[in-house]
Design a protein around this ligand. Structure first.
Ligand code: SF4
Length: 250
């Protein structure tokens, strides 16, 4: 596996299609270290993808706080994109401000959808998230991420294998056909408890909603608090059958 600087952009999708060794590369990392391989995966990534071609798409949830701290140890001025749907909790915007304050060199972009909330209401009616959440996520998350990833070769994500059955087979490096990119997931082997131990040990800022029963935090219309011990993603699109926003499904 030799994804040298710039090579993926030059060869583009053909390179990805021909390359079948991302799983093999993922398996080659030692996961017995302090970060379960996460830091070495990040070091490899920032050494092998051009710095302008790799971006972290962050939700600023608990995993994100860990990843931001690890990324800043490897690449203090890394690029981060936050999909600003306009429907996040005030606490989410607040934690982004605190992260910007603590990690001053990071380049954090708040990416807006093409449609404002008013325009979405005019075109699709009010509260689209209640009637057609997939359409709403497509407009406010999937299309903006596609635009953000268009010039990139690789994106980083905070997925963990234990989060849900759909994430159980995630590798460190994954061909992402949807966004024609390599999706890098350094935290796949981390448990929820390990995420929180790290946050507390490093005294990192985090979203205060985590202390109020919200393990996974998205847009406020689609996120609810969950009972203690419930599945960490049980509060997302609760009662609709929807489990993913579409960023991690093909
Ligand atoms: S999470 Fe809900 S409000 Fe946010 S984009 Fe998706 S459907 Fe819309």
């Amino acid at each position: 596996m030799h994804a040298c600087r710039g090579s993926l952009t030059e060869r583009g999708v053909i390179f990805m299609a021909k390359n079948s060794n991302w799983h093999e590369l993922s398996e080659s990392f030692n996961i017995q270290d302090d970060t379960k391989g996460a830091k070495t995966v990040l070091e490899w990534s920032f050494n092998n993808f051009h710095e302008d071609k790799i971006i972290y798409a962050s939700s600023f949830g608990a995993e994100a706080i860990v990843l931001i701290d690890l990324i800043s140890q490897v690449k203090p001025d890394a690029s981060i994109v936050f999909l600003d749907t306009g429907l996040h909790f005030p606490e989410t915007y607040e934690v982004i401000d605190r992260i910007e304050e603590r990690f001053k060199d990071l380049k954090i972009e708040r990416k807006l959808p093409d449609l404002s909330l008013d325009e979405q209401r005019e075109q699709y009616g009010s509260a689209l998230w209640k009637r057609e959440p997939n359409k709403c996520c497509e407009i406010r998350k999937v299309i903006p991420l596609r635009e953000a990833l268009m010039p990139m070769d690789a994106w980083i994500s905070g997925l963990r294998r234990e989060q849900s059955p759909t994430r159980a087979n995630t590798d460190f490096f994954n061909e992402d056909k949807k966004f024609r990119n390599i999706k890098i997931c350094p935290l796949i082997h981390w448990t929820w408890d390990e995420v929180w131990t790290y946050i507390h040990e490093r005294d990192l800022p985090y979203n205060s909603l985590h202390d109020q029963g919200y393990p996974s935090i998205g847009c406020f219309p689609c996120t609810q608090a969950v009972a203690v011990g419930a599945d960490s993603r049980a509060g997302r699109w609760s009662g609709t059958g929807k489990t993913e926003c579409g960023l991690h499904t093909e």
